[in-house]
Design a protein around this ligand. Structure first.
Ligand code: BTN
Length: 249
């Protein structure tokens, strides 16, 4: 089976890769598409996937814990793979899985240009099998996004002088996902991730509300959980994805 399978249009690369994974596709098999008709984001949201974006799903069989660590580790590695392509931008990661970008020396909040979606397919007791999906707005047209999203999304093309060929990004993004798996397998990989992320994590110090209690987002813990220091009592509370939404505006 080839390492990368490319389509012009699919429903969702995530669904194609999931089918291949269940049929035994090896670790590292990637599915890419130019357009998705039913792109999927986290928490059941749609991922708007017009032409001009990179849509890539990678089958992984890591002997490592995955969720939410793998999404964060993948976001960190994808950031690393993209950052030199956007000299006018600063890329950050918004917990738990968003890739954000702001113009350098610009005080305006960053906008989301990409995201990572990890679907764990493993049944209890069997080796880990997951599909890591990465979506990146590379050279998309802003008019192809619904009006309500146009102010919130960013496109990498804005942060460089020349067009960025999407075809050159598929393999680096696939490799980034595989590096994320390797990182988590290192003896100190899991403990080191929060420190590696800290430098690029967006929103540290932000005031947040968790289950009606006010606090401050202070970073990410060793299991990939968000850490929130509660105003009342000062205790730090671990927070799982879905319990906290960090807004950029
Ligand atoms: C998010 O931020 O909510 C995660 C978005 C993940 C989108 C990617 S695009 C490739 C893959 N196929 C999908 O349908 N979703 C993921």
């Amino acid at each position: 089976m080839p390492r990368c399978i490319s389509y012009s249009v699919v429903g969702s690369t995530q669904e194609v890769a999931t089918r291949l994974a269940k049929e035994g596709a090896p670790h590292g098999t990637a599915v890419l598409a130019e357009t998705q008709l039913l792109g999927r984001g986290r928490e059941g949201s749609a991922w708007v996937s017009p032409k001009g974006g990179l849509y890539c799903s990678v089958v992984v069989r890591p002997e490592a814990p995955v969720y939410p660590l793998l999404s964060l580790a993948a976001a960190l590695e994808v950031r690393h793979a993209l950052v030199h392509h956007v000299p006018k931008g600063t890329i950050s990661i918004r917990w738990p899985n968003d890739l954000m970008i702001a113009a350098k020396d610009d005080a305006r909040p960053p906008r989301k240009f990409g995201g990572v979606l990890t679907d764990v397919l493993t049944r209890p007791g069997s080796p880990t099998l997951a599909v890591v999906g990465v979506g990146v707005n590379v050279d998309s047209r802003i008019d192809d996004f619904p009006p309500e999203l146009q102010e919130q999304v960013a496109i990498l093309r804005e942060f460089r002088e020349t067009p960025l060929p999407i075809a050159e990004l598929g393999e680096p993004v696939r490799s980034a996902v595989l590096r994320a798996c390797e990182r988590l397998l290192l003896p100190s990989g899991r403990q080191d991730l929060p420190k590696a992320l800290a430098e690029h994590l967006w929103g540290v110090g932000r005031k947040v509300t968790v289950e009606g209690r006010l606090g401050t987002f202070t970073g990410v813990g060793g299991e990939g959980e968000a850490l929130v220091r509660l105003d009342e009592g000062g205790a730090t509370r671990p927070v799982l994805p879905g319990e906290l939404h960090l807004e950029a505006a």
